[in-house]
Ligand binder design. Sequence first.
Ligand code: SF4
Length: 83
Amino acid sequence: MEEKKRICVRCLLRDLAEEDQKDLKKYLAMIKPADRAEEGEYERRLSICRECSFLEEATCLACGCYAEFRAYGKRARCPKKKW
Ligand code: SF4
């Protein structure tokens, strides 16, 4: 039986092997450049997510989205008002 690969609780998808990030990259590419958060703002948001108790295995448990996808939108908001 093949064991499912687990990631650490506070990890983001970017912490996974390149191969395991394909879906994230595909989703992010669907967001138009004009609708994306500035790079610095995106990284600021993700640094807050990394410290957040709602982050579990790359998913925000407050909204059910991958944190990296949630944070990518220019007009996106944290469901817990942390960013
Ligand atoms: S989006 Fe907000 S609630 Fe969700 S993991 Fe990030 S900081 Fe936490």
